[in-house]
Design a protein around this ligand. Structure first.
Ligand code: CA
Length: 229
């Protein structure tokens, strides 16, 4: 099966750097220079499983592209390409639905590792045990990788789904942020712990009755998080 990755980057030197390295790692790269072009190519290439999105672009920016992709596609893995000086971009990117970010300048090894990790998850390489985990009011279907709350479907990204599954399999257990990073992102992931907090913040907005006063995903101060009480 083709391992297709979309690369949205307006600077041609960076785009070719990414293209060369991902091709070497066995991916088929679909290039786009603008957000509009990226959306068009995604629409016509249903089997693209991971997208790398630059943020500063002529026309619509990377955040907007991410939002528009997520409006119709929760399955694709999205990595934002951020500049070192734009610390807030990471958080904004994740809040708009990205799964990960890579800070420029990045090494080929780092980029490939991030794409590999997301590709494995987006592709569901390890077949899931078919079944359901039911914890009122939530029903997690591990075959379809879907979540319902009170019978209503909650749209989750692949990362959010993995976090929910981890919590629902470990009710009442305090999980450290390091453990969560290992379980959800994998041991070979070398990102920052902050990505855990940002994803949980986003997940709370989707599943809590009141994200300001969460009752399902509880904070364990100075440690991590716990599902339920
Ligand atoms: Ca740019």
């Amino acid at each position: 099966m083709a391992r297709k990755v979309l690369v949205l980057e307006d600077e041609s030197s960076i785009r070719s750097f990414i293209e060369i390295n991902l091709t070497r790692a066995g991916y088929e790269v679909i290039e786009a220079e603008t957000g509009e072009e990226a959306l068009e190519k995604l629409k016509n290439g249903g089997d693209i499983r991971v997208a790398l999105l630059d943020i500063m672009l002529p026309g619509i920016d990377g955040f907007e592209v991410c939002r528009r992709i997520r409006a119709t596609n929760t399955r694709i893995g999205i990595i934002m390409l951020t500049a070192r000086s734009q610390e807030m971009d990471k958080v904004t990117g994740l809040m708009t639905g990205a799964d990960d970010y890579v800070t420029k300048p990045f090494s080929p090894a780092e980029l490939t590792a991030r794409v590999d990790a997301l590709f494995r998850r987006a592709g569901g390489a390890a077949p899931e045990q078919a079944g359901e985990i039911c914890q009122d009011p939530f029903l997690l279907n591990t075959r379809n990788r879907t979540l319902e709350k009170n019978g209503q479907r909650v749209k989750l990204t692949q990362v959010e789904y993995s976090i929910m599954k981890m919590f629902m399999e470990n009710p009442g257990k305090a999980l450290s942020r390091e453990e969560i990073l290992d379980m959800v992102w994998g041991r070979d992931y070398f990102g920052e712990l902050k990505i855990v907090d940002v994803n949980i913040r986003r997940l709370r907005l989707k599943i809590e009755d009141n994200a300001q006063n969460p009752t399902f995903i509880n904070t364990v101060w100075g440690y991590g998080y716990k599902w339920g009480f």
